[in-house]
Design a protein around this ligand. Structure first.
Ligand SMILES: *Cc1c(COP(=O)(O)O)cnc(C)c1O
Length: 427
């Protein structure tokens, strides 16, 4: 299946039924799995067998969906998590502990910014946030001897900055650490970060992947290419024995292709348990079956909307990386030639008050925290997702107080534009 196009993988990646088996992915709604002998069971606890034992760690339905996402990203292994937050937490915590340091783009999603700068800081992990547009020298200066990874978003939510993945990968690799890229907004349909040097990809599958605003979920994919064994002192968790599994060394036993994900499942899923339900994984899989069709339409509708907004005299600014003239248009052409995403941000003339009035007059676009949904929705981040930030942090995150985030859905583009036009006329 690996040689197939991405559209085919959306439908037929992952689950591959044998003769007489169900055509659609079976939901294995079982917490536990039966074995004949205690010796069979012992093998599972020694990581000597990859059969299933308990659905907190792994479940066949979830695994098959993870394998589909691994195929879409061109990775070697993947795991589902119960949310995008859990995916980003696990991806970083799998290689960083108290006393370690991470370099991250300052424009990342507000929830991730909070996870890093507040909660993970409490765990003793330090973060340096860098402007994603900084020079190679400034990026280089952010590293410390205890830096364990670099983190960014392909297209940032909601700042819509496009990450120069090659620049970030080069800096990470020069310092002997992996680049983790949250690819939620781009999806592998529009960008596959591994092809540009990223080492680990994360997703909030809650967004385009599931696509219907029905299920929260996340995913971590490993490229299998980062050589942890070159830096055993930096990554002892991957390169030295794990006492909680009778001295297994992940890189030795599972190779570069399997070490990162196996460790994350065996340790973090075991201990934190942010497990998706098999039914949620099934719904995610239904979404993935049409991902390539939906993403293309989201992008086409959003481009039309962005062009309309750009031409409107009620709008003070528009940010959409797919729009010619946008600050990130060149980077988008390089990394996202097929399209960017369905999300646009813009400012209404008249600032915060006009923004709130405008949103109140929308009929088709509803006010929601959600984004990247099949139905059009919008949000004012400064008073919601980013309200924990002060003005300085807002600015650094690329979120101005008047910013409206419009997530363009799959409705008819002319209907959506008429809705926005009507609301603008009533401010
Ligand atoms: C939504 C989002 C997350 C968090 O995902 P949840 O599924 O809501 O936990 C992380 N990163 C990005 C880019 C997001 O858009």
């Amino acid at each position: 299946m690996k040689d197939k196009h991405i559209e085919t993988l959306c439908l037929q990646g992952g689950y591959n039924p044998g003769n007489g088996q169900p055509r659609q992915l079976p939901i294995v709604q079982s917490t536990t799995f039966r074995y004949e002998t205690s010796a069979d069971m012992a093998k599972l606890f020694d990581l000597e067998s990859n059969e299933y034992m308990y659905s907190r760690l792994a479940n066949p339905t979830c695994d098959q969906v993870a394998q589909k996402i691994a195929a879409l990203e061109g990775g070697s292994a993947a795991m589902l998590t119960s949310s995008g937050q859990a995916a980003n937490f696990y991806a970083v915590f799998n290689i960083a502990s108290a006393g370690d340091h991470i370099v991250a783009s300052s424009t990342i999603y507000g929830g991730t910014f909070n996870l890093f700068s507040v909660t993970m800081k409490r765990m003793g992990i330090d973060f340096t946030f860098v402007d994603p547009d900084c020079t190679a020298e400034a990026l280089d200066a952010a590293f410390r001897p205890n830096t364990k990874a670099v983190f960014g978003e392909t297209i940032a939510n909601p700042a819509l900055t496009v990450l120069d993945i090659e620049k970030f990968a080069r800096a990470a690799h020069e310092h002997g650490v992996p680049l983790i890229v949250d690819n939620t907004f781009a999806t592998p349909i529009n960008c596959r970060p591994f092809e540009w040097g990223a080492d680990i990809v994360t997703h909030s599958t809650t967004k385009y992947m599931e696509g219907h605003a029905a299920t929260i979920g996340g995913c971590i994919v490993d490229s299998g290419k980062f050589d942890w064994t070159k830096y055993p002192d930096k990554f002892p968790g991957l390169c030295t024995p794990d006492d909680s599994y009778h001295g297994v060394t992940y890189t030795e036993k599972f190779g570069l292709e399997g070490a990162f994900i196996t460790k994350a499942v065996a340790q973090l899923m075991r201990d934190f348990g942010s497990t998706p339900s098999p039914h949620s994984a099934f719904l995610l899989n239904l979404g993935l079956e049409s991902l390539h069709v939906r993403v293309e339409r989201h992008c086409a509708n959003a481009l039309k909307m962005a062009q309309f907004l750009k031409a409107s005299d009620k709008i003070s600014w528009v940010s959409y990386p797919g729009l010619a003239g946008d600050k990130y248009y060149e980077l988008a052409c390089k990394y996202l030639p097929k399209g960017t995403c369905g999300v646009i941000s813009f400012g209404v003339k008249g600032g915060r008050q006009a923004a709130e009035s405008f949103m109140g007059h929308l009929k088709l676009a509803s006010i929601e925290t959600h984004v990247a949904d099949s139905r059009t929705c919008c949000l004012h981040p400064a008073s919601s997702t980013h309200r924990q930030m002060n003005d300085e942090q807002l600015l650094a995150a690329g979120v101005s107080p008047d910013l409206i985030r419009l997530s363009v859905g799959l409705e008819n583009a002319d209907d959506l534009i008429a809705d926005v036009e009507n609301a603008l006329a009533q401010i």
